[in-house]
Write a protein of this length. Structure first.
Length: 114
């Protein structure tokens, strides 16, 4: 008799229907890109540019040339499945990240979306 095991993964609907585990991170961005790796796959990522002068840019490790810009004092909500994001700014800008995490392991998305 074979046993079928359902594993959490990208198509596991229950992982996205439940409330996410909170992840909060604050730092200062610089001209050197900083990669923030999440413990598990995200459900939603919020990034807030706490600076008053400089824009903050976000990209992903799998496509670092495609960037999203968050103007000073603004925030962005991204309902995405991600394992990491990359942040940078001119001359240092404070920022805060809040992410809602699923229970899906980052290894389940390696090579798909990071």
């Amino acid at each position: 008799m074979s046993t079928y095991h359902l594993h959490q993964g990208l198509s596991h609907v229950g992982s996205y229907q439940v409330s996410g585990v909170p992840f909060i991170y604050s730092s200062t961005a610089s001209t050197t890109a900083e990669t923030i790796q999440f413990p598990t796959v995200t459900k939603v990522v919020y990034v807030e540019n706490l600076g008053t002068i400089y824009d903050l840019t976000i990209s992903f490790p799998t496509n670092p040339s495609a960037k999203i810009t968050i103007p000073a004092g603004e925030k962005l909500e991204m309902p995405i499945k991600a394992g990491a994001i990359v942040l940078e700014s001119a001359l240092g800008t404070d920022y805060q990240i809040y992410a809602s995490l699923t229970s899906i392991s980052r290894q389940r998305i390696d090579g798909i979306v990071l």
